[in-house]
Write a protein that binds this ligand. Structure first.
Ligand SMILES: NC(=O)c1ccc[n+]([C@@H]2O[C@H](COP(=O)([O-])OP(=O)(O)OC[C@H]3O[C@@H](n4cnc5c(N)ncnc54)[C@H](O)[C@@H]3O)[C@@H](O)[C@H]2O)c1
Ligand SMILES: C[C@@H](O)[C@H](N)C(=O)O
Length: 369
């Protein structure tokens, strides 16, 4: 069936008549993927409800459950479906809708979007920088082929699509201190290459097909109640656990390695804010966002203020170090601040206090039991 813009009358009874614009204006008769003959109708986007109906892919990683909690507070529990290929822990399964979704299975994705009348999609599935280097073919499949499925299902069903990018989308030839939104991007990891591809493909679909694509380049994200999935910035999460539990930490990056970082609450709020920003406020579709930058040594100094016996030692992982040495040291996010009012809430001292409080109270609870 040719993919053309059309107005289709839906419903037969007078009480159930609506006109739905099947495709955005900029669909000029070409499809990113041929849709089958039986799929001749797609429901309208979120304008037909008070709030969006959300799908999160790869939702059982470090960031997805927190995002689901934030979105459920805003849009209602049943409006937000978390999905992954892993089995959810009981507490996640009972906290709201969860569904199996493999982003490499296009038909499965389409079925979920259609059956649940999804209007917003947050695409979190990925293999991160370190695990990506350990399994390049899987990273290529998930991060690139999977993204193609997501783009097509989003374009065909008129979804608003969020895809996170990363500081890892830059490389050794990018300006590193600071790194602006627009500059040379020649990353040397499969993760970085796949994220540059995602940025460019999302923007292409936006300009070519009218897809409402929105993308933030996250720094390393630090969270207390979820574990990182195998990245280069993971040390900055583990250090808090080890400081409160053992009073010491062995770091796999060199002491002076400076990287941009952000507390998870800021990251998730930025994500919701850019998704809610009026389209006319977005002068770009891919933005850097930042909060702070520090080295392991500086982080350890801050931890030491709260845990006086704390000791840090270094046992450098050559692969992670090479990746970190090619990434931005400071991120210039002035466009996000100017266009849609981005403002971070957590600097290094607040981050350290918050993380230690969480782990300290966890340790006290487990000691009491
Ligand atoms: N955490 C960070 O510091 C950070 C920084 C920058 C960007 N990001 C981006 O944010 C997103 C979420 O990051 P995260 O830290 O939660 O990642 P994560 O590695 O913790 O989780 C990724 C999830 O993707 C799932 N997944 C893998 N293959 C899949 C498949 N075929 N189908 C469906 N799901 C699949 C995994 O099961 C996992 O739960 C990623 O796209 C990541 O690149 C994260
Ligand atoms: C920075 C980010 O993309 C991820 N935490 C990684 O280190 O791979």
């Amino acid at each position: 069936m040719p993919f053309i813009r059309m107005l289709r009358r839906v419903g037969q009874s007078p009480a159930c008549v609506c006109w739905t614009s099947v495709l955005p204006v900029r669909f000029l008769g070409l499809s990113p993927r041929q849709i089958p003959a039986d799929a001749n109708f797609h429901s309208a986007s979120f304008s037909d409800t008070d709030h969006p109906r959300v799908l999160i892919t790869g939702g059982l990683g470090q960031l997805g459950v927190g995002l689901a909690n934030l979105l459920r507070k805003r849009f209602g529990k049943d409006s937000v479906i978390l999905s992954d290929i892993k089995k959810p822990p009981d507490c996640v399964f009972h906290s709201g809708p969860f569904i199996y979704s493999d982003i490499l299975d296009y038909k499965n994705l389409r079925e979920i979007v259609v059956n649940n009348r999804i209007t917003w999609l947050f695409h979190y599935s990925a293999l991160l920088s370190a695990v990506g280097e350990a399994n390049v073919s899987l990273a290529r499949a998930v991060n690139i082929t999977g993204l193609h499925n997501i783009l097509d299902v989003a374009a065909e069903h008129n979804l608003r699509l969020f895809v996170p990018s990363t500081i890892g989308a830059f490389g050794p030839t990018s300006p590193r201190n600071p790194t602006p939104d627009l500059c040379i991007q020649r990353p040397r990891t499969i993760y970085g290459v796949s994220k540059v591809h995602a940025e460019l493909m999302g923007e292409y679909y936006h300009y070519r097909y009218g897809l409402d694509f929105r993308c933030l380049r996250y720094p390393g994200i630090i969270s207390a109640d979820s574990q990182p999935g195998g990245g280069t910035t993971d040390y900055a999460v583990q250090i808090f656990h080890d400081a409160t539990k053992h009073g010491k930490f062995e770091c796999n990056l060199e002491a002076h390695t400076r990287l941009p970082m952000m507390y998870i609450d800021d990251c998730l709020r930025a994500t919701l804010e850019v998704m809610e920003a009026p389209a006319e406020s977005l002068s770009m579709r891919t933005y850097n966002v930042s909060a702070m930058s520090f080295t392991p040594e500086e982080l350890a100094q801050e931890v030491l203020k709260h845990v006086p016996e704390f000791q840090i030692t270094y046992n450098v992982d050559a692969i992670r170090q090479a990746i970190a040495d090619s990434w931005p040291m400071n991120f210039d996010d002035s466009n996000a601040r100017k266009d849609w009012g981005w403002k971070h809430g957590f600097d290094l001292p607040e981050l350290v206090t918050t993380m230690l409080n969480f782990h300290g109270s966890e340790t006290r609870v487990s000691q009491a039991n």
